[in-house]
Design a protein around this ligand. Sequence first.
Ligand SMILES: *Cc1c(COP(=O)(O)O)cnc(C)c1O
Length: 336
Amino acid sequence: MSPQVFDPAAALRPRLPSPLQPVEDERFARRGVRLLLKRDDLIHPDLPGNKWRKLTPNLTAAAGRPLLTFGGAFSNHLRATAAAGRLLGVVTIGVVRGHELADRPLNDSLARCAADGMRLVFVDRTTYRAKADPAVVARVIATAGGIPDSVYVVPEGGSNALAARGCADLGRELRGAADVVAVACGTGGTVAGLAAGLAPGQRAVGFPVLKGGFLTADVERLQRDAFGGRRGDWSLDDRFHGGGYARIPAEVHRFADEFETRHGLPLERLYVAKMLHGLTALVAEGAFRPGTSVAAVVTGAPDPDPAAVTGARGPAGRPQREGERSRDADQSSPSR
Ligand SMILES: *Cc1c(COP(=O)(O)O)cnc(C)c1O
């Protein structure tokens, strides 16, 4: 594929703009609040939601060069990157947190990355934490061997300035459609772009699924890198992470089961269910005036791997400890 015809955004055939669907839910109606679902999960079967919006600008910038990126053993971002590599014929390398995983059978998520042709490189947690340091990345590349010098590096979770700019389209698609937009946050690239793309008078509320309270600074940094400063009206509500990444309290599972029954929409649990659970709590608190319309972004689809959503897993795939993750996220500087 020559660079001049390399157009990942077109080649991946996205469904855009993603559909916006009104939902009848009495918990919202009772408060005079209108709920809409922004179905970003329908953008692409292999690169759902924000993963398509974040990855395609980076794929374009990489212009066919091999892509190297980072993730945990259950990373949606790694899977989306691997799928993009298969679909576009691009070499992908996934640097995975956890040296000990190298000697164990791959979990389903990593097995799918490998099946899509992604080369997996396992690193210890100290190295992983330092992955924003170009010298550390260079050492990983040199040690692994066989990785071309020309690699294009995408940070953990895919959040960098290009990703945030890609997510501004999500905000633009929602102009005039809702007063408030709710979105789940991991590394923050999605809410950074979304808020920048909304019209004046609209606001975004982000629901971090990680514990630690570091995300406001990360989103501000992403907005600075992508747009030159803070953009749009946004805030984060840190009360609904449920204990941290991949920890899903029984209450959230109950909420999600019930939402699925009511609305016939299977919910991704690590992000989307936590966000809708938090949003429903805000409505119950009276956080929104009657007459407010709220669009909830469905950023992804449920994982077909049940082990990844129940938390039923051995030490190989244990969810990381909180301290680890917050430090990792602190380190995942988008300014690469
Ligand atoms: C990756 C992901 C997110 C988090 O997006 P960030 O840009 O990292 O905040 C949210 N929802 C789903 C379903 C995801 O896979």
